[in-house]
Design a binder for this molecule. Structure first.
Ligand code: GLC
Length: 710
């Protein structure tokens, strides 16, 4: 018997797709477009077992491991008529078993190459765990820290999110998507989820076309250009059209303008949620609207089970269904699932927490720590005894954060444990208080620890699950009990280093004036405690820079660096009761050394549209210890028919500088790439005039873009 083309691995993928598609019944096509949760999973959302069928397209969120997944796959390959393999998905957001810092912390490293390396390790561990597909990277630009998911993206800047989107996609997918250690990436949540009104989750997002093209879409364009093969449509209603049914986004932009040929999966239950959002309660319309918009796969709610009936009645054109199935099959072929549907069960014990993965986790964590303040030079600590106090001191979960996948608390080095391993002197630990509540009974032992030590490391912050999905908070300030503990410890007169383990930017208006030294450690992952200990003791030199602004208080939200200039300046348009400026702005971060910038050297003072301009600057480490400096290149366009942000990041580069070393850093500016702005249809507009280049807000240079005919 002649082997069907779709089973011939030597045949072209598009030929295999078409051959298989032609053989499928409408019921088999509908099942390929549905995804089910299986297994006893901790997530109360999961609807549990008992719904499996051999023709299902995808299973998600199971932590039951490769052997069980192989059992499901065997049923799909042998009990179904055509033997179409299942694609197994999971939220591998910042690591699978080895956990890396949370994404927002990763962005603060400004080291995309380290993120790419960690994503490679995550991919390898994911395959060992029985996953083909991660619902990552999350690249939702976000500027409201009340929104719990601010922690999952790469901060407030579109360009930064784009650089890390590219790094993560290339890390997960590798050079060969069908390789045994590659997994499919998924850009999410497309799009505009970060504009959630009031910082709540799942709510309306009012997004102008300008904001959409200028701030929301750029990271997704980068991810698509990096080769991401799947995209997850978002929960949010985008100015009246929910993302899952938004044809403009899912088809006109994604397919027709950007040429994306992978598939789009809805977010959990989003098809059915069109009822809640007031679009339609009719499941037939839900399916029709979403499929016709370009949402190919239905996560969990199985509304798409009505496809056969909709096609039979002529309500839904089979052509639309076929195109969705074509996309899903295409990615399954590209992943090599037809040739290698099963997971290697033998690799289980050697695949996780490998020394190289932990070394990558440590290296990235080292670079994510942000030294916010170090006025009395209390860091690095030089003491013979240290009191380590506070709710985040001996607590693994707060170093994991949300979406910790298959990570285990027992594998994580806490800050206390890290100091135990690294500090040679006397270490006195006391918890002091819980994360919240009113119980001060732990204060006394904490103060005794402080009084019997040379210095205090006070570890405050957030429980890991205070950020993440459905974790909005009406205030970004720490619970009062933590600030009362801070006050009591400060009253002992000992030098205090404040360490903050947190997911969202915190409101530090009342805390900041009380302490001279603050180290933000975010949620640094499996090796977090060692990274923090090394920074505290000076074994490493903190080099993180904020990828998101810390508003002074909750009332200062939104505050971000690339705001548009106000109509009035000076004292006008400011708060009357409190300082208006952010307490720590995007790009802020100190070091144990200092860096000096020369003036910017420009290859020309005037250019035309097709000229290239080279800007360069010397950066010198003028301190007595090695360090790393992120060089930020900002553009200011002070006069434009469509007003522009005060400044816009167009490039960053992190460089290592030995004590006393100078490096020349340069950027080649192409007018259409760097100077043009996007109109509200995504068209690049290049307007002649004056431009200002700023390097790390320290060096400034002006130049002119002349009109073509001048
Ligand atoms: C969740 C999240 C999404 C995640 C998906 C699968 O509701 O919104 O980010 O990937 O469901 O767990």
């Amino acid at each position: 018997m002649i082997e069907p083309i779709y089973k011939n691995s030597a045949a072209a993928i598009e030929d295999r797709v078409e051959d298989l598609l032609a053989r499928m019944t409408i019921a088999e096509k509908a099942d390929q477009l549905m995804q089910l949760p299986v297994g006893k999973d901790v997530d109360p959302n999961n609807v549990g077992e008992g719904q499996f069928r051999p023709t299902i397209g995808s299973l998600l969120n199971s932590r039951m491991g490769a052997a069980v997944h192989n059992m499901y796959q065997k049923r799909a390959m042998e009990e179904s008529r055509l033997g179409i393999p299942i694609i197994f998905g999971q939220d591998v957001i910042h690591g699978c078993v080895t956990l890396y810092p949370q994404s927002l912390a990763q962005a603060c490293s400004f080291r995309p190459e380290l993120v790419r390396a960690c994503a490679r390790h995550s991919a390898r561990e994911s395959v060992a765990k029985g996953y083909h597909w991660t619902f990552s990277p999350m690249i939702d630009v976000a500027r409201d820290p009340r929104w719990g998911r601010v922690v999952e993206g790469y901060g407030e800047d579109p360009y930064v999110n784009g650089r890390f989107a590219e790094a993560a996609v290339k890390g997960y997918q590798g050079d060969d998507l069908s390789a045994p250690d590659s997994i499919a990436a998924c850009l999410k949540h497309f799009a505009g989820y970060g504009w959630s009104e009031g910082g709540l989750d799942y709510v309306y997002t009012d997004i102008s076309m300008r904001t959409l093209w200028e701030s929301v879409l750029p990271p997704y364009r980068c991810g698509v250009e990096a080769g991401a093969v799947t995209i997850m449509s978002a929960f949010n209603d985008i100015s009246g059209t929910p993302a899952v049914a938004n044809r403009y986004l899912l088809t006109e932009v994604l397919r027709e303008q950007w040429g994306f040929d992978g598939f789009v999966v809805s977010d959990w239950g989003a098809v059915k949620q069109l009822e809640n959002q007031g679009m339609t309660a009719d499941p037939d319309k839900q399916t029709k609207y979403c499929l016709e918009a370009g949402n190919d796969m239905d996560m969990v709610d199985q509304v798409y089970a009505n496809i056969p009936e909709l096609v039979a009645t002529g309500t839904l054109d089979q052509v639309v269904v076929d195109e969705a199935v074509r996309r899903v099959l295409r990615i399954k072929f590209r992943l090599g699932l037809f040739e290698n549907p099963y997971f290697d069960e033998a690799s289980q014990e050697t695949a996780y927490l490998r020394p190289d993965a932990k070394a990558a986790a440590k290296a990235l964590a080292d670079e994510t720590l942000v030294l916010l303040k170090n006025e009395a030079g209390a860091l690095p600590i030089d003491a013979t005894s240290i009191a380590i106090i506070g709710p985040t001191a001996d607590h693994a979960e707060c170093l994991h954060g949300s979406w910790d996948c298959c990570g285990r608390h027992e594998d994580t080095v806490t800050i206390h444990e890290g100091l135990k391993q690294r500090f040679q002197g006397v270490l006195n630990y006391a918890k002091g208080c819980d994360f919240s509540g009113d119980d001060e009974s732990g204060f006394e032992p904490a103060l005794l620890a402080a009084e019997s030590s040379d210095a205090v490391v006070l570890c405050l912050g957030e429980i890991g699950l205070w950020t993440g999905e459905n974790q909005s908070r009406s205030t970004i300030e720490l619970p009062e009990i933590q600030e009362r503990l801070l006050d009591a410890v400060i009253a002992t007169g000992k030098p205090v280093v404040l360490v903050l383990a947190h997911g969202r930017p915190l409101g530090l208006h009342s805390i900041d004036p009380k302490v001279d030294t603050i180290l933000s450690v975010w949620q640094p992952g499996t090796m977090g405690g060692l990274a923090v200990a090394d920074a505290l003791l000076g074994k490493t030199n903190p080099s993180g820079r904020l990828a998101i602004t810390f508003p002074r208080t909750t009332g200062h939200i939104p505050t971000y660096y690339c705001q548009r200039p106000p109509a009035r300046t000076g004292k006008q348009g400011r708060f009357k009761n409190i300082e208006t400026a952010a307490i720590y702005e995007f790009g802020h971060g100190l070091s144990y050394t200092s860096f000096n910038y020369s003036d910017i050297n420009l290859s020309a003072m005037e250019i035309r549209e097709y000229d290239l301009l080279t800007a360069s600057v010397d950066v010198t480490n003028i301190g007595d210890r090695d360090g790393a400096e992120t060089v930020f290149w900002y553009l200011r366009d002070p006069e434009a028919r469509i007003t522009q942000p005060v400044r816009r990041l167009i490039h960053f580069e992190k460089i290592d500088l030995a004590a006393g070393e100078t490096k020349n850093v340069s950027l080649t500016i192409s007018p259409m790439e760097h100077l043009a702005y996007l109109d509200n249809k995504g068209k690049r507009i290049l307007e002649p005039g004056q431009f200002i280049l700023e390097v790390s807000r320290l060096a400034v240079a002006e130049f002119i873009l002349k009109p073509c005919n001048a």
